[in-house]
Design a protein around this ligand. Structure first.
Ligand code: HEC
Ligand code: HEC
Ligand code: HEC
Ligand code: HEC
Ligand code: HEC
Ligand code: HEC
Length: 428
């Protein structure tokens, strides 16, 4: 009997080592998430195959050469292209010879390992704990919101395992006792249910051992899942303060500020549809056919407009075969399950661009100024009064309400009162 005890401890120990290993991989992935966000997210989606400046990295481990290829590429893609690496040259040509940043000197081997671990791990589901909209935090980035220190997670796991190990030992001991007793009192008609159960288990020690370990792992798994969601940010792109570098150094300050071009000139659908829209290169050409130099970058940046339009400033002609649409990087990204409508806010609600987008006229690089969280939408709906003047429907409603509650309440007619908090208004 006794010699069984060390054996099960060994199993538990293996479980411990294994779990800590999984955990450290997971923590590595979290580090990687941060590094990715800081260095790569401008050009790549991590878990989608959508194109930004660079290709989406979904499935990258299946298509890139195996071994150290990915690591070498990330550290110094230029070197690999120059050295004639076939896959490197293939993708370089495929993506229009767009240059990826060289990270040698900026990122260590360990950083790159972390990024790769992050790319390999599945993107965790959105944290369900933050759906209330009224609970706490504003930003979209739990990493920055300082989840739980990884060290505490590891300590927690070790404590839980220690307790389980203790429990396991006592089960062992009582199993042994039960087995001993069973030999003597096996035929006793007064055997309790527990004793019978113990007898049954005593005969199937291995099975019970495996079962306990499965239980332990089940517990670990759910604990792990819970922990996983605390620190990991699931949408690496949408966040306050996001201001990606754009393919052309387009400045709102110069255009909408200094030159006072109306927002609607370029974002022409903002009053008509849900999307504000990003101007096509033809809109730029309306003016830049004539304006070929700028105050800061002279010809360099405007030349990129010509290239995109297939325009030759010398002959003043267009060559359609050379057109190459500009790939602006989206600054604001609401998740697909959210419905947001510009015209409703700008025209009906009479909300100014500046309320949600900040002082765009002063931005040299477009930046996300609002968190775009559910909380943000809802807080505004709670406190903003519906703009009613000149809207017959609201005029009538408002009058009716005022009459009904005359002298009782100072009726504030905020967006939430017209259904601005109904889930289905914002979610498909
Ligand atoms: C300035 C933009 C830019 C940045 C920043 C950037 N990349 Fe890239 N990346 C590219 C482009 C463009 C390509 C396509 C190949 C080419 O044109 O050189 C690419 C290709 C890749 C590929 C190969 C893709 C494939 O389909 O085979 C990987 C892997 C990759 N990048 C990883 C990273 C990682 C990891 C980072 C951050 C450490 C990063 N990149 C940062 C632009 C970028
Ligand atoms: C001359 C054309 C032009 C004018 C005028 C203009 N914009 Fe833009 N806007 C652009 C272009 C091009 C982009 C995409 C590149 C970028 O993000 O900088 C853009 C991007 C934006 C974005 C970020 C879009 C995203 O990707 O999420 C916002 C917000 C924005 N503009 C608001 C405004 C506001 C508000 C005004 C008026 C004060 C304005 N724009 C005037 C051309 C213009
Ligand atoms: C309504 C006219 C108008 C439109 C439309 C317009 N621009 Fe301009 N753009 C200007 C003016 C004016 C200047 C400044 C020229 C100067 O001050 O010398 C300028 C300057 C620039 C510069 C030079 C910046 C520098 O500091 O060197 C760039 C780049 C530029 N625009 C990009 C764009 C892009 C991209 C679009 C299309 C999305 C666009 N513009 C649309 C009027 C326009
Ligand atoms: C009530 C807040 C709010 C107001 C007011 C508002 N926007 Fe937006 N804007 C947003 C949100 C939210 C997004 C992100 C939409 C998405 O990802 O689907 C956005 C996205 C954009 C974009 C990116 C392209 C697009 O259509 O998604 C542009 C450009 C833009 N806004 C311009 C404007 C301009 C110009 C005005 C004023 C005329 C304005 N916005 C007023 C909240 C607002
Ligand atoms: C700056 C304040 C403000 C913010 C931020 C804001 N809204 Fe609104 N929203 C309004 C106003 C004002 C109206 C009322 C328009 C009207 O009179 O119909 C409105 C109306 C709506 C409606 C229509 C409600 C109805 O009952 O018809 C929807 C849907 C909506 N908003 C979605 C959103 C979403 C999604 C976000 C966040 C991404 C958001 N709003 C952020 C001010 C805001
Ligand atoms: C005024 C608009 C608005 C209303 C009303 C609204 N939501 Fe949302 N909801 C959002 C926005 C915007 C997001 C995206 C937030 C983000 O990505 O951070 C979101 C995200 C979510 C998510 C995804 C969780 C997450 O963290 O991204 C769930 C689930 C959700 N909402 C449920 C609801 C339910 C249930 C209701 C009704 C009680 C509701 N929403 C009402 C705007 C709204």
């Amino acid at each position: 009997m006794k010699n069984q005890i060390p054996r099960i401890s060994l199993k538990a120990l293996t479980a411990l080592v294994f779990t800590v290993f999984i955990f450290s991989q997971n923590l590595l992935a979290q580090d990687g998430a941060k590094i990715f966000k800081q260095n790569c997210a401008v050009c790549h989606y991590s878990h989608e195959d959508k194109m930004l400046t660079g290709p989406g990295l979904k499935g990258i481990f299946d298509r890139a050469p195996k071994g150290d290829w990915l690591k070498n590429w990330i550290l110094n893609n230029e070197k690999m292209i120059k050295a004639g690496d076939p896959y490197a040259n293939k993708i370089y040509a495929q993506y229009g010879k767009a240059a990826m940043t060289v990270f040698e000197g900026q990122l260590t081997d360990k950083d790159v390992d972390a990024v790769l671990a992050f790319l390999k791990a599945p993107l965790p589901p959105p944290p369900t704990t933050s759906t209330g909209g009224t609970t706490g935090t504003t930003g979209r980035d739990p990493v920055a919101q300082g989840g739980i220190d990884p060290l505490y997670l590891i300590l927690g796991v070790i404590v839980i395992l220690a307790i389980l190990l203790g429990a396991l030992r006592s089960v062992r001991t009582s199993l042994a006792n039960a087995a001993n007793r069973a030999e003597g009192v096996a035929e006793n008609p007064e055997t309790t249910f527990w004793q019978e159960a113990k007898n049954w288990m005593a005969g199937r020690r291995r099975l019970v051992g495996v079962f306990v370990i499965v239980l332990v792992f089940g517990g670990m798994k759910s604990c792990w899942d819970a922990c996983y969601n605390i620190g990991v940010y699931y949408d690496y792109r949408t966040q306050k303060g996001y201001k990606p570098e754009q393919p052309i150094k387009f400045s709102h300050k110069l255009h909408a500020g200094d030159n006072e071009i109306a927002c609607q000139y370029c974002h022409s659908s903002v009053e008509k549809s849900r999307h504000a829209g990003i101007p096509s290169v033809n809109i730029c050409m309306n003016c830049h056919k004539g304006i070929s130099t700028g105050p800061q970058y002279k010809e360099a940046e405007i030349a990129k407009i010509y290239e995109a339009a297939g325009f030759d400033p010398k002959t003043q002609t267009y060559d359609e075969s050379k057109q190459n649409p500009l790939k602006w990087i989206k600054v604001h990204n609401l998740p697909d399950h959210v419905y947001f409508n510009h015209s409703q806010h700008v025209v009906v609600g009479k909300v100014e661009c500046v309320t949600c987008h900040g002082d765009v006229k002063a931005m040299t690089v477009a930046e996300q100024k609002s968190p775009l969280t559910m909380k943000w939408c809802i807080e505004c709906h709670r406190k903003t009064e519906v703009a009613m003047s000149g809207n017959a429907y609201y005029d009538r409603l408002h009058k009716a309400l005022k009459e009904k509650y005359a002298g009782q309440y100072d009726v504030k007619f905020t967006v939430d009162k017209i259904g601005g908090l109904e889930c289905a208004k914002c979610h498909y």
